[in-house]
Design a protein around this ligand. Structure first.
Ligand code: GLY
Ligand code: MN
Length: 462
């Protein structure tokens, strides 16, 4: 948790940014796994954390823009809850720590919202992703839970995105704390990944390191010799010499800021044959992208620059052909790089995705493209100082996609399908780092994690 002044300033800015009405924040409830009392690890809503700082279930808060009144709603533990779960600080004391003088029981929320509804005041709510909160809003507002997201406040979403997008120094320190743990996860994986070991043993060791550090994963671990599946959460394979494992994993800081790092590890200690060229191709694309990042440059341009770099090297390897600018414009490289170059990162690993990707990554200057590959680009708009971005190019040889494109003769003028056939089992390679956009360029966050071929091989051989 940050100092009280941080939360006071954040809420003051939000109130300044909105014209009038009542802003309603719902913290997250516990999420049941298989019955009500058997819950998934608790994760507070990120916007609730950002403005209210309190990290426990079943809280709500309102900001009355017109009265500039800030209120937290919740309850102190009953004696039964104390018996089963232990004592908790009083909610009023916790509210005071984040600069909120008014702390009311949960029932008062319905009364406050009811009064605003009767007075026909605007009520600003965010999009909901937790069913219980959607149902709570149905009860509070009289709008069907299934339709609730049609009534999200665009003004509120845009004001929050404006604020959360630029990271302060104290937020960057949190991200770098998450990156410290994440660096250890990646070194551990490089040391543990070897022939005869199951993926789950490495993934489990990383998860254990995170839990032992007293924090949570920022997202489910991707650790797989089938790195060509972009979000592969299976960990059942026995690793063999000559394979590569994609390790896309990251911890949260104590304050719930994310880290998101990917490295590709040669199983057996050395990249074999063409793996070396493919790996260098991906690292080169990442380097060019990072060098081009600066305020004012649309991230879509950085993405396309990385695609152009990948395509150039793929042409040298015989997989692509023809005029490369035209190839990238046609989306031919997306046979090998099917996703976007990166996303904003902060309190969420895909920062603010719950508010709607179009408000985070797109604006009036840039529309989402329907083209395969580009349609998965989460961030396209111009960069600003303080944005934290991931930069994660990759090459993914997906046999089903190769067969489909070949059968349909897609981009045949730019793709040498006979050569591609020889790579169909090459798997996947991704490298990913997190950068903050500075006034003049960008800075890679966290301590360096082995990336160059010889560094990764050196760790993998340890
Ligand atoms: N680290 C997973 C992702 O960026 O989607
Ligand atoms: Mn990522």
């Amino acid at each position: 948790m940050f100092d009280r002044a941080t939360y006071v300033q954040r809420r003051a800015r939000l109130m300044d940014d909105l014209e009038s009405g009542l802003v309603l924040f719902l913290g997250n409830p516990e999420m049941p796994a298989n019955y009500a009392d058997n819950t998934l690890p608790f994760r507070q809503d990120s916007s609730f954390l950002y403005f209210w700082g309190l990290d426990s279930p079943d809280l709500a808060a309102t900001l009355d823009i017109d009265e500039r009144r800030e209120t937290i709603y919740g309850h102190d533990f009953t004696i039964d809850e104390i018996v089963w779960r232990g004592p908790q600080p009083k909610l009023a004391d916790r509210a005071a720590e984040v600069g909120v003088p008014e702390c009311l029981p949960r029932e008062a929320l319905a009364e406050r919202v009811g009064k605003a509804l009767l007075a026909r005041r605007p009520i600003h709510v965010l999009p909901q992703y937790a069913v219980r909160n959607a149902v709570l809003l149905e009860w509070l507002l009289g709008i069907r839970a299934t339709a609730i997201n049609q009534y999200s406040s665009i003004a509120l979403i845009e004001a929050i995105v404006r604020q959360r997008a630029r990271k302060s120094d104290e937020e960057l320190r949190e991200i770098e704390r998450a990156l410290d743990i994440t660096a250890d996860m990646h070194l551990l994986a490089m040391h543990r990944a070897r022939p005869g070991v199951y993926e789950r043993e490495v993934a489990g060791a990383m998860h254990g390191l995170v839990a032992g550090s007293g924090v949570q994963l920022a997202f489910p671990i991707i650790f797989s010799i089938h790195g060509e599946t972009l979000h592969n959460h299976e960990h059942g394979n026995l690793m063999q010499a000559g394979q590569m494992a994609v390790n896309d994993s990251g911890a949260e800081s104590e304050g719930h800021y994310a880290a998101d790092i990917t490295r590709t590890i040669p199983i057996g200690g050395c990249f074999q044959g063409v793996q070396r060229d493919l790996y260098q191709t991906v690292v080169r694309a990442q380097k060019k992208a990072i060098e081009a990042i600066r305020p004012g440059v649309p991230f879509k341009k950085i993405h396309l620059l990385a695609c152009r770099s990948l395509a150039g090297d793929l042409k040298d390897l015989g997989l692509m052909r023809g005029d490369l600018d035209s190839a990238v414009q046609a989306g031919a490289h997306a046979l090998f790089f099917q996703c976007g170059l990166g996303h904003m990162m902060g309190l969420d690993v895909h920062d603010m995705e719950g508010l709607g990707e179009q408000y985070v990554g797109y604006d009036e200057t840039v529309q989402r493209s329907p083209q395969f590959g580009l349609k998965s680009l989460r961030m396209a708009r111009a960069l600003e100082a303080g944005f934290v971005m991931t930069v994660e190019p990759g090459l993914y040889f997906i046999p089903t996609l190769i067969d489909l494109w070949r059968a349909e003769k897609q981009c045949a003028e730019f793709i040498n399908y006979d050569v591609v056939e020889r790579f169909r089992n090459a798997g996947g390679i991704r490298v990913e780092d997190d950068v903050v956009v500075t006034e003049t360029g960008c800075r890679i966050l966290g301590k360096p994690i082995p990336l160059a071929i010889e560094e990764v091989e050196g760790e993998a051989a340890k």
